[in-house]
Design a protein. Structure first.
Ligand SMILES: Cc1cc2nc3c(=O)[nH]c(=O)nc-3n(C[C@H](O)[C@H](O)[C@H](O)COP(=O)(O)OP(=O)(O)OC[C@H]3O[C@@H](n4cnc5c(N)ncnc54)[C@H](O)[C@@H]3O)c2cc1C
Length: 429
């Protein structure tokens, strides 16, 4: 029997250390520097480095990676429990070396990068020395890979890239971009695309705009590529492999967002409960009213359901070691995440009255964040389709007219069974 809902005591000690460290040393920095992605900012750098060293001393640096890449190789379940703490702070993922989009980009480089690409980009990325950007979405479309227009054309020993990408997180502070481009427009949709590593200072690459999204610390870059030339060895993996590389990255990214969202949901819930037991009413406190109690009960159930689904998904990734086998679990938490976040943040906001809708409390940001989670890494609709398709694969077609639960047919079967049993019993008397 291996169904166990407890954290092993050794790891729990580490989590307790993390909770105290994040609360006292990391979270206060969010209030002063809300966008910690600028590694060149002298104050951010000076504050970040000693904190990162403390994390490394605790063997908690880059927990999403194995020892060969400088992480402890804890796996996704332990990472999920860690992210439940880190998710409340914008600085914390950077202090622990597991921030998006770098964590996903590091996974791609680890899986598909050549030794030269790994030495040049992966090593300094893992050491927290440089930042990276993932450039897939385009103004013409993000959910549908056939909508991508950015082209990479081979010219001698080089590739020439032209096109536009947007909503590329932390582009302004990236040293390099991982760029998805069409290399063979005539190939089947999933073989048209390839991935390239493009240095941020490549001639012809410009940032047209940095979008600000409430509830998100980093800006989202709009990039334009005009005859950007990269050497032939800038290709990641092989030509036409872009879609597969993207799936490797996005599977992990979605799970990590869900893990961090558990932390934010818990924060909204804790604030709601604190308010309920504190706010005096004509009689007693807010939490004494049944309608408040209903909000708390509904929120607790939704939060715990979501958390368990996230933890089980993380556990399944560790077990299967293959994101494709866990596709529908990942799609399910991707769909659940925005709804749970939105509903609990909305209730918490409402119970706080006027101060709840102000920017001094985090609820309006949380509600926008919920909408972002319903879009980033693919919209809810697409993940519902993935989930339903995967689930339906397990079912064989039955009678097209009478459903398998049709009672008269079942009663007839049961009668026959009973008759056979009785006959057998009588024969053996
Ligand atoms: C904060 C933030 C950070 C992001 N970071 C990055 C990043 O770092 N790198 C990157 O490349 N991208 C990033 N994105 C982009 C994100 O991945 C895309 O926004 C997402 O894939 C959706 O693409 P789209 O915006 O083009 O919307 P569209 O694809 O145009 O979809 C719009 C809407 O159409 C509907 N729809 C679409 N497809 C279907 C379907 N098959 N069935 C039913 N309805 C459908 C849905 O309602 C959907 O919400 C980020 C986005 C945000 C908001």
């Amino acid at each position: 029997m291996a169904w166990d809902f407890e954290t092993d005591p050794e790891y729990q000690k580490k989590l307790d250390w993390v909770a105290e460290f994040v609360r006292t040393e990391v979270e206060p920095l969010d209030l002063i520097y809300p966008n910690p992605y600028d590694r060149r900012h002298p104050e951010i750098r000076a504050l970040m480095k000693p904190l990162q060293q403390k994390v490394k001393d605790q063997q908690l640096w880059a927990c999403h990676l194995g020892p060969e890449l400088g992480g402890p190789g804890y796996g996704q379940l332990k990472l999920a429990l860690l992210n439940e703490v880190l998710g409340t702070s914008m600085w914390a993922p950077l202090v622990f070396g597991c921030q998006a989009p770098d964590s996903g980009n590091a996974e791609i480089l680890a899986h598909f990068g050549t030794p030269e690409q790994q030495a040049k980009y992966l090593r300094p990325l893992l050491d927290g020395e440089i930042g990276s950007c993932y450039a897939m979405t385009e103004p013409t479309g993000g959910s549908d890979p056939t909508a991508f227009r950015t082209r990479a054309v081979r010219d001698g020993d080089e590739w020439v890239i032209n096109g536009e990408k947007w909503f590329n997180s932390a582009a302004e502070f990236a040293t390099f971009h991982i760029v998805m481009a069409v290399t063979d427009p005539e190939a089947p949709p999933h073989q048209r695309l390839s991935m390239f590593i493009v240095p941020a200072d490549a001639p012809g690459l410009e940032i047209v705009k940095n979008f600000t999204v409430p509830g998100f610390s980093e800006h989202e870059g709009h990039l334009r590529f005009t005859d950007v030339r990269v050497p032939a060895d800038a290709l990641l993996g092989t030509e036409g492999l872009g879609f597969i590389v993207a799936q490797t990255r996005l599977g992990g990214g979605r799970v990590h967002h869900a893990m961090r969202t558990v932390a934010l949901v818990r924060k909204a819930f804790d604030m709601m409960c604190e308010r309920a037991v504190s706010r005096p009413m004509r009689k007693g406190v807010l939490g004494g009213l049944q309608m408040t109690q209903e909000k708390i009960a509904d929120s607790w159930i939704e939060m715990e359901q979501f958390r368990l689904l996230v933890l089980r998904t993380a556990w399944r990734i560790d077990k299967e070691q293959d994101y494709l086998k866990v596709r529908h679990d990942i799609a399910a938490i991707k769909v659940a995440m925005p709804k749970v976040m939105h509903d609990i943040a909305q209730r918490a906001m409402h119970l706080h009255g006027a101060i709840g809708v102000s920017t001094d409390l985090p609820f309006t940001d949380m509600m926008t964040y919920a909408q972002i989670m319903a879009i980033a890494d693919g919209p809810t609709e697409v993940h519902k389709i993935t989930l339903a398709r995967e689930v339906l694969k397990a079912y064989a077609p039955g009678d097209p007219v009478y459903p398998s639960g049709y009672r008269p047919a079942l009663v007839e079967e049961a009668r026959q069974l009973v008759a056979e049993r009785l006959e057998h019993t009588i024969a053996n008397l």
